[in-house]
Design a protein around this ligand. Structure first.
Ligand SMILES: NC(=O)c1ccc[n+]([C@@H]2O[C@H](COP(=O)([O-])OP(=O)(O)OC[C@H]3O[C@@H](n4cnc5c(N)ncnc54)[C@H](O)[C@@H]3O)[C@@H](O)[C@H]2O)c1
Ligand SMILES: CC(C)[C@@H](O)CC[C@@H](C)[C@H]1CC[C@H]2[C@@H]3[C@H](O)C=C4C[C@@H](O)CC[C@]4(C)[C@H]3CC[C@]12C
Length: 369
């Protein structure tokens, strides 16, 4: 018992801890970080499930707060040894204004960095995104690329722009002196498209398929490959890099790492069907009926409708010019930098990731056969 007490001495803060990824990071920390004495979960919207976590040996502190409010962030960070910053506005559907996306993703990250510097927190892990790299506005494919692959990362959309700016702020902050005189150590993780339990877009596709009589209609050629990564492996990579950042500050400080696992390279739609197929949906081959120019027209009409309806209601369909372009551009990563630098190996196999996700879709949607 004495040994356990000695080990439990670290305070972690997870911003966005009630989000899709954030919840998995919170649960993974409680399962696999033995040195935790307190886990602070900071989010604009706290989940009721947090209450069930308060019965264990680790003190779980739920903090309702806004990363755009510097004083709220500073109060949450004060006394933490490690911050895992996942909070963000993940919006490529036009739900939020560009200003709001910037305010949350960039200014919010600035507030987290400054809070670490002011309060003496030395270790910061930032959840960045593949979109910091691409696909770019020219639709250049990124095929089996890694952290060092040359690629013209040119963006116009508010979301990738905000993620790129935030990541740069985090990496530039590496080495800054924090209160107490020691250096801040930062790194950024770049997940590709995350899937798994709690993935809202997967849920949206499933609902769309149910509305269309159990069918989804192919919009993207099967040849356009997307890298995807299971949420449990992304959470595990966050926990592991947060631990190793404290041990190997020179090697890991200021670095970026793609998040990857054994999930197969497939088109976005074909990959989703790995889970939606066993739940009764089928993908109808309509590529001949719906040529790409017609898809572009439909996407543009959706964007026009969104703009016209905005004063009355929020119209934010999955198909818009940006999502169509991203879906239609190959983006896959092939790297082992995380393994080489901090011994990362996926915790969940593809088979396990797939079965867990299928189970979730069935359970959540009540579609178990
Ligand atoms: N989902 C993906 O495929 C994916 C891929 C790569 C990177 N990411 C990144 O991972 C992170 C988490 O994404 P997610 O998919 O879990 O999204 P999510 O929307 O499920 O979670 C984001 C969380 O941040 C919180 N949040 C938003 N604005 C906030 C604010 N102002 N103050 C405090 N909390 C706030 C939300 O309430 C939510 O709980 C994001 O930074 C995102 O850019 C996601
Ligand atoms: C309607 C069809 C054209 C359909 O195929 C559109 C799919 C589209 C909604 C998704 C295709 C690629 C997705 C993005 C990708 O997985 C990576 C992302 C980075 C991450 O940081 C946030 C989410 C996202 C932008 C993700 C969003 C949905 C897609 C655009």
């Amino acid at each position: 018992m004495a040994e356990a007490t000695e080990i439990r001495k670290l305070v972690y803060l997870v911003t966005g801890g009630c989000g899709f990824l954030g919840e998995h990071v919170v649960r993974m920390l409680l399962q696999r970080e033995p040195r935790l004495s307190e886990l602070r979960v900071f989010d604009l919207h706290l989940g009721p499930w947090l209450e069930e976590l308060k019965t264990g040996p680790v003190r779980v502190t739920a903090i309702q707060g806004d990363v755009t409010q510097a004083h709220e962030v500073a109060a949450a960070v004060a006394g933490a040894h490690v911050v895992i910053h996942t909070a963000g506005l993940v919006d490529v559907f036009g739900r939020a204004s560009p200003e709001t996306i910037y305010e949350v993703n960039v200014q919010g990250t600035k507030n987290v960095i400054e809070a670490c510097v002011q309060t003496g927190t030395r270790f910061l892990v930032y959840t960045s995104s593949m979109e910091v790299v691409g696909p770019n506005i020219k639709g250049h494919p990124f095929y089996r690329g890694n952290e060092d692959t040359p690629y013209e990362a040119v963006h116009k959309h508010p979301y990738p722009c905000s993620k790129a700016q935030a990541e740069q702020l985090v990496l530039e902050a590496n080495g800054r002196e924090v209160h107490g005189g020691l250096p801040l150590v930062t790194c950024a993780l770049r997940p590709t498209g995350i899937y798994g339990e709690g993935h809202q877009i997967m849920r949206d596709f499933y609902h769309q398929g149910l509305r269309l009589g159990g069918r989804l209609f192919r919009a993207i050629p099967a040849s356009v490959e997307h890298g995807r990564v299971y949420v449990g492996n992304v959470a595990w990579m966050h926990v592991l890099v947060a631990r190793e950042l404290q041990r190997q500050t020179a090697l890991l400080g200021g670095q970026v790492y793609f998040c990857y696992d054994e999930s197969p390279y497939k088109s976005y739609e074909d990959f989703n069907m790995e889970f939606l197929g066993p739940c009764g949906l089928r993908l109808v081959e309509t590529r001949l009926l719906v040529p790409y120019w017609l898809l572009m027209l439909l996407a543009a009409l959706n964007a026009l409708l969104q703009w016209l309806l905005r004063p009355l209601l929020l119209y934010a369909p999955l198909l818009n010019p940006y999502t169509l372009a991203v879906a239609n551009t190959t983006f896959t990563v092939s790297t082992d930098k995380a393994r080489r630098h901090f011994g990362y190996e996926p915790l969940f196999s593809w088979e396990d990731s797939r079965s867990r996700t299928i189970r979730w879709v069935r359970a959540v949607e009540g579609s178990a056969p």
